[in-house]
Design a protein around this ligand. Structure first.
Ligand SMILES: [Ca+2]
Length: 381
């Protein structure tokens, strides 16, 4: 990262993550109030969702803008609230941002999660641009909402939905709880979804058998998708996404004998409570690795996808690590929710060496324009 260009927040070095030799970190923004998720724009801005409903902007130069883009009225009880964000693959042109948020209950209406699209104009929202994408099921419990939104390389909007603390929802195709949904960006259902035509099934379902898929990530280089499913009292899972796959909750948790559960797909990696308590953010590097974070023990680890071995990458981050993603320059952001006297913050871990000159492609695919820019940039070196 080009450190001199960044406005590093002074006086907030309240912890120092333990990093591998050669790696350094810096606070890019502090003062966030219970942040839950973030998205990196092609221009280097970072949009951060706060649970209470505000969408905040971290400028490309670093530093949190004082005025939110918008401030939604949400139900933020328990794990509800503004808990997911995605930028349109064509964000630079259309300025579309998609948010996953809990609509408060009202007379005759139970609280429920909703995906809404807004159009931005700079760091403000275009008045009247609010567009409903999808309303989800009425909620009972306040926990297990999922919330992550991602665009796939197919241009579809994938939505992670928790089982709302009713485990049997995850195996029930008649509702969308405990599933990954696949939608057209306008909320309509793609005709090639796996359960289109299955009697009694919601055609929006793409994968099932998940408990609380808080975050998931697409690999921009290969198109594969990994789903991080928060476990109950046994294992945190990284599952390889696939149309129609069933990841087994609540029948199984963690690895199992396939002969016993032939309908289920084993996780690629699972770890027990000695390795943390809740898997949160995941991000693919350009080097065939998958980085993943744990909420409770403040670690970011990396899964080497050439041999599925896991090694430590960062530790010593306080309780409350909620999301990670690579910057456009191939460095790694992590989002800390805040706990006690420690305020919510966005940090950036600088990757040394040549890797920092290789941009991590955007959330969907490396566009022709992006490829041209990359080639131009490499040529200039
Ligand atoms: Ca599972």
């Amino acid at each position: 990262m080009k450190a001199p260009l960044l406005s590093i927040v002074a006086g907030c070095g309240v912890w120092a993550a333990v990093l591998l030799p050669g790696y350094t970190e810096a606070a890019i923004a502090t003062g966030l109030n219970n942040p839950t998720a973030f998205a990196v724009a092609p221009d280097g801005r970072v949009f951060v969702a706060e649970q209470g409903g505000a969408l905040r902007v971290v400028s490309a130069a670093g530093g949190l803008l004082s005025t939110p883009v918008l401030d939604l009225a949400v139900d933020s009880a328990g794990e509800r609230g503004l808990i997911g964000i995605a930028l349109d693959p064509d964000f630079a042109a259309n300025q579309y941002v998609y948010l996953y948020h809990t609509v408060p209950g009202a007379a005759g209406i139970a609280p429920h999660n909703r995906v809404t699209r807004y159009t931005l104009n700079g760091n403000t929202v275009v008045s009247g641009s609010e567009t409903l994408v999808q309303n989800l099921e009425p909620l009972g419990a306040t926990n297990h909402n999922g919330g992550a939104l991602r665009f796939g390389p197919d241009g579809k909007l994938y939505v992670a939905v928790g089982e709302n603390a009713v485990p049997l929802n995850s195996q029930d195709l008649s509702n969308r709880l405990g599933k990954i949904l696949r939608l057209n960006p306008d909320g309509s259902t793609p005709s090639d979804n796996p359960f289109v035509g299955t009697t009694g099934a919601s055609p929006q379902i793409w994968a099932l058998g998940l408990r609380n898929p808080y975050q998931f990530a697409f690999d921009a280089l290969t198109g594969r998708v990994f789903i991080n499913d928060v476990g109950s009292n046994q294992f945190e899972e990284i599952n390889v996404g696939g149309a129609g796959r069933n990841y087994g909750w609540p029948g199984t948790e963690g690895h199992f004998n396939p002969a016993s559960f032939p309908a289920f797909t084993n996780p690629l990696h699972a770890y027990d409570r000695s390795g943390g308590c809740a898997i949160t953010g995941g991000a693919f590097s350009v080097s065939n690795e998958y980085f993943f974070a744990d909420f409770c023990n403040g670690t970011i680890r990396r899964l080497d996808l050439s041999n599925n071995s896991v090694t430590a990458f960062a530790s010593g981050i306080p309780f409350g690590l909620v999301d990670i993603a690579f910057s456009e320059t191939g460095d790694l952001y992590y989002l800390f929710r805040g706990t006690g006297t420690l305020v919510g913050s966005l940090y950036l871990i600088d990757f040394p060496g040549a890797a920092e000159e290789v941009p991590e492609p955007g959330p969907a695919v490396l566009s022709a324009l992006g490829l041209a820019a990359l080639l131009l940039r490499l040529r200039r070196r």
